[in-house]
Design a protein around this ligand. Structure first.
Ligand code: AHR
Length: 508
């Protein structure tokens, strides 16, 4: 048995923005169509969306959703998705090298009503690759303008008199590849035109520029200096950027479910590495931003992308064809998400947004639908265990472990993140060890008000329609040792959140 001491520092890092617990919904596979939208005639719909999906998402909660892509955004023309559904055209969208036929039943009004229903902030991704500055400006006017104009009258005729006041607007997606294969300099010129003109339309809009940061960019034939070049080319117009987007997919964990111990640690290490990308991007931004106009990092796609759900990249396993972007979601994936959240909390002063890819059915989704059944994946429960941290103030945590690290890279077996709100505080612990339990000792003055554990007999455990709760939170026994000391045992490959009613962990 491993022993660990958890020390929560009282030096706050910053507020964990609710936007950091965001999601991403693309017109891709069964995410938007089938997962979210089933139409107003289908059984079990609420205003066209799956009621069971809405209910599960509301519980999480979902503070932010990015839509309609992804790569899809750079082929999307918003006017195709407004007006009476019968009049909307069938169009051929594109994403990830595939054709995405779209009847446009889910358009701007439907997506924004989804956000209203979930109390989620919308983040609309604009089309640079095949779109125009005028089209982008018109979309912003249609959605946000208060003054009576041709476009706002059209909005009212389509059923929405009041503007939605959408703040977040993306200017392209992965413009270095699927979004148009720009180089950093030519994208900067496009970006300047889009952002400058759109800012006239809505000065309160926040613009997200396309960045690029990842490990091994030169090996992939990509520009490792994209961010610096793009920002330098903008020069004094760099204040047209509010957030710089980066994406991080974990692809080195072997098979989705039939992974071995080395693969297990490889995925968790890759999840850990996400924080380095945020830090690197933040350093570049700090060197380029104008005084008084900080630019923050928007990790607007993140998560695991297993080889079975893609045709490219590492992974010596049989690929499923055709690619549906659907993959098994195991307890290991939930732990990887928890590890990412630790980094998000530590970086909360520079990370303004993070969006899991994707919300339903596709990639590391929190929900998987199968016919009439909606299954909560282990990753759903990882999000649920972190609910208490949303909007709270992140605290530094130190963990001391009595044995050498776990896995080939020797990282400590236990990691933790903590936050405080209104005098109480919460700590989330992850036992990353593949085989061994960890006894965690936590010093805290307050009383335990809630303690929940996410664990399973094996890290490859999944939830299925036949066994939907195999990986789901249960009560965790936390014993008081007296004098404000608590101990608990975390089984191998598990995650737990303990909440204390009054803040008072050991300080130093
Ligand atoms: O999430 C799937 C795809 O991954 C997105 O469309 C794209 O932005 C990224 O490459």
């Amino acid at each position: 048995m491993i022993e660990a001491r958890v020390i929560v520092d009282d030096q706050p890092i910053g507020i964990i923005s609710p936007r950091v617990y965001g999601h991403f919904a693309e017109h891709l596979g069964r995410c938007c169509y089938g997962g979210l939208w089933i139409g107003r005639d289908a059984a079990g719909n609420t205003d066209g969306f799956r009621t069971d999906v809405l209910d599960a998402l509301r519980e999480l909660p979902v503070p932010l959703i990015r839509w309609p892509g992804g790569c899809y955004a750079d082929h999307y023309h918003w006017r195709d998705g407004i007006g009476a559904p019968a009049t909307r055209p069938a169009t051929l969208g594109m994403s990830c090298g595939l054709h995405v036929p779209d009847d446009n039943a889910l358009g701007t009004h439907e997506f924004l009503s989804l956000c209203d229903q979930l109390e989620a902030e919308p983040y609309l991704a604009g089309n640079v690759g095949t779109g125009s500055v005028q089209e982008f400006c018109d979309w912003i006017e249609y959605v946000n303008e208060t003054v009576a104009t041709k476009l706002t009258s059209e909005r009212a005729a389509n059923g929405r008199r009041d503007p939605w006041a959408v703040r977040l607007w993306g200017i392209g997606n992965e413009s270095w590849d699927c979004g148009g294969r720009f180089d950093a300099v030519s994208y900067a010129h496009e970006y300047r035109r889009f952002a400058a003109m759109a800012r006239h339309v809505d000065p309160r809009a926040e613009f997200v520029a396309v960045g690029l940061e990842d490990d091994g960019l030169p090996e992939m034939g990509m520009d490792p200096h994209w961010n610096a070049r793009f920002l330098a080319e903008l020069g004094s117009d760099v204040d047209l950027v509010d957030h710089l987007s980066i994406h991080r997919y974990w692809v080195h964990g072997g098979a989705e479910a039939a992974f071995d111990e080395a693969d297990y640690y490889a995925l968790l290490d890759e999840a850990d590495g996400t924080e380095r990308l945020i830090e690197r991007t933040a350093r570049t931004l700090a060197g380029a931003a104008k005084p008084g106009h900080p630019i923050s990092v928007a990790l607007d796609e993140w998560g695991v992308w297993h080889p079975e759900a893609r045709s490219w990249g590492p992974g010596n396993v049989a690929r499923r064809t055709p690619v549906t972007f659907e993959q098994a979601n195991t307890l290991r994936d939930a732990l990887a998400a928890g590890i990412a959240f630790e980094g998000f909390h530590r970086q909360c002063r520079v990370l303004s947004m993070a969006n899991l890819a994707q919300i339903v059915n596709v990639l590391q989704s929190v929900l998987a639908t199968a016919g009439p059944v909606c299954v909560r994946t282990p990753t759903y429960h990882a999000f649920a265990l972190h609910r208490v941290h949303i909007g709270a103030e992140a605290l530094r945590v130190e963990v001391e472990v009595n044995v050498d690290g776990s896995g080939p890279t020797g990282r400590p077996a236990l990691s933790a993140t903590a936050s405080t709100r209104g005098g109480g505080f919460a700590v989330t612990l992850i036992n990353r060890d593949y085989r061994r339990s960890v006894i965690a000792n936590i010093r805290a003055a307050g009383a335990v008000s809630s303690s929940r554990l996410l664990a399973a007999d094996s890290p490859d455990a999944v939830n299925t329609p036949a066994d939907p709760n195999r990986v789901s939170p249960r009560h965790l026994v936390v014993e008081s040792q007296g004098s404000g000391s608590y101990s608990t045992v975390l089984p191998p490959h598990s995650m737990a959140t303990i909440e204390f009613a009054a803040r008072g962990a050991e300080r130093h």
